[in-house]
Design a protein around this ligand. Structure first.
Ligand SMILES: *[C@@H]1O[C@H](CO)[C@@H](O)[C@H](O)[C@H]1NC(C)=O
Ligand SMILES: *[C@@H]1O[C@H](CO)[C@@H](O)[C@H](O)[C@H]1NC(C)=O
Ligand SMILES: *[C@@H]1O[C@H](CO)[C@@H](O)[C@H](O)[C@H]1NC(C)=O
Ligand SMILES: *[C@@H]1O[C@H](CO)[C@@H](O)[C@H](O)[C@H]1NC(C)=O
Ligand SMILES: *[C@@H]1O[C@H](CO)[C@@H](O)[C@H](O)[C@H]1NC(C)=O
Ligand SMILES: *[C@@H]1O[C@H](CO)[C@@H](O)[C@H](O)[C@H]1NC(C)=O
Length: 246
């Protein structure tokens, strides 16, 4: 029986089906980094860890970068590992080249040993041509990029370029060891509604972009909903107090 199996394996290897050599090694890791100017300056990401996968199950190596730059602050998300999502690809998508917020992604699925070996965001930046449009405008918008809940109404404001509008949204990112929700606000091309083209996925990462309703703060618009709410609650408290007193 044992000899039989050995013969069988031998036969398979002679036919070029060696079951033992069908492992695929991939780099594995994830990165989440806030900083400045990530749309202009590449950052290094050296991954030492690798993981083995079974090629014959249709598994491939994958690597992804997602870049968001609101001007004063930027964010890089990266992940590497194995995927079962079919389709070899190497693709850079520039969702928004500016003016205002810049967003772009790099997705690479490949099937040779350690082929997901990008060691910096240069692979993305090389194909990111930033807009040179820079006509000054008159709209002021809050600018923030942080974990959800950390952007408040005292965020910095910026004078947006012409032909852009205020954008504010939360962005949920899940997959490839990444799991976070971010708040993003800034100036966005007025003819765009979404920052990431209303996509559900970027490579193996699922994303959910939820627009915040009408947070436009123009230079003259001053009736901020939260101020209105505080005022209403104050009034309510006053009424309650009075009814208790009387
Ligand atoms: C970011 O890039 C701009 C334009 O290249 C430059 O003026 C600015 O000094 C840079 N900021 C940082 C923190 O590197
Ligand atoms: C990867 O290896 C280099 C040198 O071998 C080391 O400096 C670096 O900290 C390692 N990175 C991680 C994420 O372990
Ligand atoms: C990186 O991957 C490419 C294939 O995508 C391969 O040709 C190259 O040899 C790899 N480099 C290293 C250092 O493994
Ligand atoms: C506001 O902008 C300044 C200068 O660009 C920066 O140092 C500061 O951290 C920003 N504040 C917030 C809350 O983002
Ligand atoms: C805004 O986006 C539209 C469509 O993508 C493009 O034609 C236009 O040039 C962009 N505006 C600016 C100011 O870049
Ligand atoms: C508020 O947002 C809705 C969609 O979310 C849009 O249709 C409407 O025009 C916006 N109103 C203003 C005043 O911007």
């Amino acid at each position: 029986m044992g000899a039989c199996r050995i013969q069988y394996v031998l036969l398979l290897s002679l036919l070029g089906f060696c079951p033992c050599s069908d492992t695929l090694n991939c780099q594995e890791g994830s990165v989440m980094k806030f900083g400045q100017n990530f749309s202009r300056t590449s950052i290094e990401w050296i991954v030492n860890q690798t993981v083995g996968s079974e090629k014959n199950k249709g598994e491939m190596c994958q690597e992804i970068f997602l870049l968001i730059d609101v001007g004063e602050k930027s964010l890089i998300l990266g992940t590497k590992g194995i995927t079962t999502v079919p389709g070899k690809r190497k693709k850079t998508d520039v969702f928004s080249p500016g003016p205002g917020i810049v967003s772009a992604s790099y997705v690479h699925f490949c099937d040779t040993d350690l082929c997901n070996n990008a060691s910096s965001t240069k692979v993305l930046l090389d194909l990111l041509k930033l807009s040179e449009y820079n006509e000054p405008g008159t709209t002021k918008c809050p600018v923030c990029l942080d974990f959800k809940g950390s952007c408040n109404t005292e965020s910095n404001h910026t004078l947006c370029p012409k032909d852009t509008k205020c954008y504010a949204a939360s962005l949920g990112v899940h997959g490839g060891d990444l799991s976070a929700i971010f708040s993003i606000s800034g100036c966005l091309n007025s003819s765009h509604t979404y920052l990431l083209n209303n996509q559900n996925t970027i490579g193996i990462i699922s994303i959910k972009e939820t627009l915040e309703s009408n947070v436009t703060l123009s230079s003259q618009g001053l009736l901020v909903p939260s101020i209105l709410l505080t005022w209403m609650f104050g009034l309510l408290a006053l009424c309650l107090q009075r009814s208790v007193l009387c």
